[in-house]
Design a protein around this ligand. Sequence first.
Ligand SMILES: [Zn+2]
Length: 477
Amino acid sequence: MKEMRQKTERINLGVLEKNEQYNDQMTDICEFIHKFVPGHSEEENCAQEPQKVLSGGDYLTYERHKQAKNCKSNCRTPSKQLKGLVPKIEEFHNQAEFLKLIWSLLYDTSSSNSIGTLYAARNKMNSRNVPSDPHDNFYASSEFMDKVTTAYIIAGGLHHFKMENLHSKPKPDYAGPVGDHDAMKEYIMEHAHQFVENHAVPHVQNLPDYGIQSNDIKCRYCDKEYRRPMSLRKHEARIHGHPDPQFNQQSGISPPVKTSYKSSVYDYTKLCLTLGLLRLNHNDAIRFGDGERLLRLAKFFCLYYKGGKCPKYAFALLETTAQAQCLLSERQAERFVWNRTVNHQGKIDTNHPNDLDLEHCNKVFKEDVHTYRGKYTEKTILRVSRSALATDGICKKFDNVSSVRQCSGKHKKTDMADDIQLLAEQLHSIGNVFDIDDSRVHDSFPNLKDPLASLNMEDIQTWISGSLKKFSSKHYV
Ligand SMILES: [Zn+2]
């Protein structure tokens, strides 16, 4: 925390008239940044290795960045090969993508009458600025999801402690050690733990015990090496009798019979709560700049993206995990893990994602450059790119001193609390969303399943080992 509360120093390198969506222009961008890498050399035949510096972006930028490095991998010198840049995916775009995943699973405009669903909550709280695609208004969607998750936690608390409403007290059995602060804290944490175990931990199957268990395709009994995973499986099952459903089916065991599945109101509750809590945890880790926790969460996000049909982000997060665990050197990995946020206020919980900070800079720059009405030269761009943030800072300070009221668009805390209370009451007393009753269903979500529970672990195993193989052939080191 001592490190993460330090104020960030931001140095503006200027604005290029390039578009990172085109491969050739992305290469130009990378070459431009590489000049700032310590150890960069323009000389021909200079074998000096530059230091490695992180270079982050959203998913597309990340992909193009890797391509640019691949294109240059045959150049003569390490500097020309862009060896000093380590591409990295940033957290703000990850936040946005996860919100989108939540929407794709739980948001349906035909569910306005089903109490407990996101769309019903939107109507109850009259949050008309919440769009069908969360990317259309990220902040409104994000604040809305904060409220819904909090309301779900409160309703869950009422259910857990068997309370009638927000104003009643817990039954004597649940009162806890009132008065003793430390004991009370422990008591609450214990119940919180129980609550999460009961309602928010999805059932995930283990990776299968057959097939590839590590990066070398080697028999675990006799160390014989294979080229293809399937031959290894066959060998292990046939020669050593290793249990594998495809090669030694024991008679009598038939595949599980598919029963018609119908998801209940409680299934929705569980998924909504699980995703909501994961999201809160992620946001909290970002606020504290807790890189280690962000990397731990990346593993969950990776599987959710995989199961929730966002293959690109699933792949990117798998690669992120691999970067931290094995692709980068220990020193690089430490930097990679702990350089995900900036902190402008110098408090322990005022970090925000690197890419969000950049979006902010872009906005300020664009506002300033618009005053030129399209008539600008390279010179003006350079000037504005250097002055825009400073001017913006001066204007803000001036507004502050002369008490010009700013409409920040944010709701007051009291509004939030009112909305949350309203929703929590409804979820608890009318919706009974925590009651396990299979006969009650949300009509718009007949087949809702936690994406983690429906993952095919054999496919995941093949995907992970295949991807690791791909990563290992790339130019990170
Ligand atoms: Zn063997």
